[in-house]
Design a protein around this ligand. Structure first.
Ligand SMILES: Nc1ncnc2c1ncn2[C@@H]1O[C@H](COP(=O)(O)OP(=O)(O)OP(=O)(O)O)[C@@H](O)[C@H]1O
Length: 315
């Protein structure tokens, strides 16, 4: 078997009285996307900073492509790149100048640097903004330049810390495409995100952290199966019916769901142990009580629902 791109064993970190990580373990195979998820304060950033050699663990170990992040930190730094939500760009420089700056920082110069910048401009579709000052670009475009900057040195492992936070849906989709492309190139990506749909879409495997411990690992599909039965979702016409529905369907176990938008129809979600029979029963009960619905359906639990079940709060 090949050496894991990321290998974390019993990794712990305490800050004075605060234990940020209680000895976590997980692995990522080369060329895969690992989603690191968890509520605020669960230890995601601490994990990334330890793996990126920005601080030292209190106990346990971590290896990047077989190299220890403490004993072999210099080699690890050559293998990784880190980019986050706050773009590390110089707004006064053009996109191409920023890429050159990233190259210079790692010793890439001259013709090799110019050729690499041309490649990245092409790959990230930055031709139109190449010679524009970064401060004048949209947030989505800046994020693209920033990720391109992290790739100037062709890292084996890329840490993407909340790469789509604050982006509009179109720019977010553009970043998703980039991440899928990186995976196709064989780069291992550790992605932290607060958007579970994003992890569902991009991650081969997910590590779910809560209060400094791993509470679940698996593929998105495995995590959803772990949550157990399918759910029956009832979408109501009238918000005024919510209490009545809760009474009429009181025998079913309700599932906590992420808040819907203000304009959305009110919905209730129940565990559906008996699959379609539960749905049939729910429809019969609602009809009997003359409660109008927009929709009653059977579906797999979403990753958000799994998350709410396994942790104490939303990420
Ligand atoms: N330098 C520090 N000194 C003291 N405590 C810290 C330090 N850095 C992190 N912590 C604590 O460690 C815990 C984990 O924090 P961390 O930033 O890793 O979580 P996170 O999952 O990245 O959260 P968020 O999603 O809010 O960024 C928190 O309780 C935090 O307050």
């Amino acid at each position: 078997m090949s050496v894991p791109a990321i290998e974390v064993a019993g990794l712990a970190k305490t800050y004075g009285e605060v234990t940020a990580l209680h000895g976590i373990s997980f692995e990522a195979a080369p060329g895969t996307v690992l989603g690191l998820l968890g509520p605020n304060g669960s230890g995601k950033t601490t994990t990334v900073t330890l793996l990126a050699t920005l601080q030292r663990p209190t106990a346990g170990s971590a290896r990047i492509c077989g190299h220890d992040v403490v004993a072999d930190a210099a080699r690890v730094r050559e293998l990784i790149s880190l980019t986050g939500q706050s773009a590390a760009l110089d707004g006064g420089l053009t996109a191409a100048e920023n890429l050159a700056m990233f190259g210079n920082l790692t010793g890439l110069r001259g013709e090799r640097l110019r050729a690499r910048i041309d490649e990245l401009v092409e790959q990230f579709d930055l031709g139109a903004v190449r010679d524009r000052r970064v401060a004048t670009l949209s947030g989505g475009m800046q994020r693209r330049v920033d990720i391109a900057g992290a790739l100037v040195t062709r890292p084996a492992v890329l840490f993407l810390d909340e790469p789509t936070t604050g982006l509009d849906p179109r720019s977010r989709a553009a970043v998703w495409e980039i991440v899928a492309g990186l995976r196709a190139e064989g780069i291992t990506v550790l992605l932290t995100t607060q958007y579970l749909a994003e992890a569902d879409l991009l991650a081969d495997r997910i590590v779910l952290l809560d209060r400094g411990a791993v509470v679940a690992t698996g593929t998105p599909a495995e995590l959803k199966r772990h949550a157990g039965a399918a759910v029956c979702e009832v979408t109501l016409v009238d918000p005024g019916d919510l209490d009545r529905v809760a009474t009429v369907l009181g025998r079913f176990e309700s599932v906590e769901t992420p808040a819907a938008g203000p304009a959305a129809h009110p919905r209730l979600v129940f565990r559906s142990e008996a699959g379609m029979s539960t749905v049939a029963e729910v429809i019969a009960l609602l009809r009997e009580a003359r409660i109008d619905v927009v929709d009653v359906g059977l579906r797999q639990p979403s990753l958000d629902e799994v998350f709410l079940q396994l942790t104490e709060q939303v990420p």
